[in-house]
Ligand binder design. Structure first.
Ligand code: ATP
Length: 348
């Protein structure tokens, strides 16, 4: 059972001046037993954060602690973390069971079990019972990642760190593996930090997530909050297909405020009294053909049939717009949203 804390963690590579700042003052607490995800675009600092937690990288400033114990200077092998990387990194000349057992090389099997029992227990946990004698090249990509997971979990680490463990797998396999991962994680109640650039995956698996950009945490919270109440424009644009509009405040009537975007008036709710400019976002599913307020006519560019819904990319007033409709549209479609269905991301 472990709570993980990062305080003021910064990491700079190279010398001052021509160096790269990979992390800037990151403060983060991952709660005991939590499935926590770091999500963000390529180069935002996710892997660097994970490496600082694992001890492969020392922060330039700040501290990493596990349950209040300072970890600075503690080498990776003494941190009690299990790590799974994107590449399977299994030993090709060892059997599946030997690979899993390798995780016990430096540590006693937990709970009074012997190595053989522990390996069998782990293979059962990842649904690979009976495959212990196979060699890694006789396994599918998804099975190999489950072996890597079993190996990381074998010594019963305090923390599980996963760096894009599914990015080499196809979409269907990713989905089934992430369900298994979620099941295993909640069964073991192990504090887990998961790195992905895939926002859909992050929303699907996490108890809480941090959206990162440019070495900083933009927002930390549960999936519903990150999706429904993005704190910044970056989060609004990165998470889910979002329509973000910049507008100028015109007039207020009670809770309703009229704002202007490109010569068009929108009615919004609960705009702060001192705001003269706002950026607001409207989710594709909040733009509906049935809404009779804030209507816009969108020129359709592409329509993707997704089964239950159709995702439409189009343009309105030189602005890219994404919609989610129930049926395939024609060349243009008129949609609207009720005041209050928008979410403000910036005001000034
Ligand atoms: P990706 O999703 O592409 O793996 P990431 O979010 O994990 O990206 P990091 O790998 O943490 O990003 O990298 C953050 C920044 O630090 C990037 O600008 C990267 O180029 C830089 N960086 C990472 N490792 C090093 C290194 N060893 N030396 C110099 N710069 C580095």
């Amino acid at each position: 059972m472990t709570e993980l804390r990062l305080e003021g963690v910064s990491k700079r590579y190279g010398t001052d001046g021509d160096g790269t700042t990979a992390l800037s003052s990151v403060d983060l607490t991952v709660r005991d037993g939590e499935f926590f995800t770091l999500v963000g675009p390529s180069g935002c600092g996710k892997t660097t954060t994970l490496r600082a937690i694992a001890g492969f990288e020392e922060p330039t400033e700040g501290s990493v602690s596990f349950d209040g114990t300072e970890m600075t200077g503690v080498p990776p092998e003494r941190r009690d973390v299990g790590v799974v990387f994107q590449s399977y990194a299994l030993f090709p000349h060892m059997s599946v069971a030997e690979n899993v057992g390798y995780g016990l090389q430096f540590r006693e099997p937990p709970g009074g079990t012997n190595e053989e029992e522990r390996v069998a227990e782990l293979l059962e946990l990842v649904d690979l019972s009976g495959m212990g004698e196979r060699s890694p090249d006789q396994l599918s990509g998804g099975q190999r990642q489950r072996v890597a997971l079993a190996r990381a979990l074998a010594p019963a680490p305090d923390l599980l760190l996963l760096d894009e463990p599914m990015s080499a797998l196809d979409a269907r396999l990713r989905e089934s593996l992430r369900r298994q991962l979620k099941r295993i994680q909640s069964e073991l109640e192990i504090t887990t930090v998961y790195v992905t650039h895939d926002q859909e995956e992050a929303l699907a698996v996490s108890d809480r997530l941090a959206v990162m950009s440019d070495g900083r945490l933009e927002q930390v919270g549960p999936p519903q909050e990150i999706y429904g109440e993005p704190a910044t424009r970056f989060v609004a644009e990165f998470v889910g297909d979002n329509n973000v509009f910049d507008a100028t405040v015109r007039e207020r009537t009670g809770h309703t405020t009229q704002v202007d975007h490109g010569g068009r008036t929108f009615e919004l709710r609960d705009v702060p009294a001192d705001a003269s400019r706002v950026s607001f976002c409207v989710r594709p599913d909040a733009l509906s053909q049935a809404a009779d307020r804030n209507r816009i006519t969108v020129d359709v560019e592409t329509s993707e049939f997704l089964g239950e819904t159709v995702r439409v990319h189009g343009r309105w007033n030189d602005h890219a717009v994404v919609l989610r409709l129930e049926e395939m549209p024609g060349e243009a479609v008129t949609v609207g949203f009720e005041p209050g269905d928008e979410h403000l991301v910036e005001t000034s």
